[in-house]
Write a protein that binds this ligand. Sequence first.
Ligand code: IMP
Ligand code: MG
Length: 209
Amino acid sequence: MSAPSLAAYKPFQSSPISCIRVSSMPDLKVLLTRDQIAKRVAEMGEEIARDYRGQSIVFVGVLKGAAVFLSDLARHVPLEATFDFIGVSSYGNRPTPKEDPAGHAAWDSLGEVRVTKDMDNSLADRNVILVEDILDTGLTLNYISKLVQAHQPKSLRIAALLDKPSRRKQPIQAQYIGFTIPDAYVVGYGLDYAERYRNLPDICVIENP
Ligand code: IMP
Ligand code: MG
């Protein structure tokens, strides 16, 4: 099943009903509610379960953003499965345009991917599903896919909760995509801005960070 476009969902809600708000926080607008996320993640899990029926899977989560998505997704896949995690740092604590003399936008990829935690187990001969929070420029998943391919897995597929195709710099094919979203910076449900907001239950657009 292809990823539903955002138009199929309720547009931005003007008053965030569920994002935690404290005075120091910038404006957060709910883009995807926890109910929309839960429904779609369940559908993705069912699709994976159908595709891999009778086989076992290794879910490889990309830390830290995919941790929340992986834990929900895997519980909708009633097959023999194990977890592994790879840690990468591609953005660090992103500077705002004002602070960055090079003028990168707040969420611009600096084009560098650094492994901060390698996978624990060999993926040789395994069905690997790389689980990522968001597919943006494609640099991170391209890099990680090559690392995984070097293990000579039996198969490799990608599950990304969000996809921002308008930002792509390197082509990458994800077989399971939750939502296609416009070019906005989003936080919540594992996604961060400078390590914050990962614990928001909804996915929110962050404005004026
Ligand atoms: P890519 O290498 O540009 O595809 O970036 C992928 C990574 O960038 C994701 O795993 C996220 O960690 C981060 N990222 C990209 N867009 C966003 C966003 O809108 N919010 C939070 N993190 C993002
Ligand atoms: Mg990430």
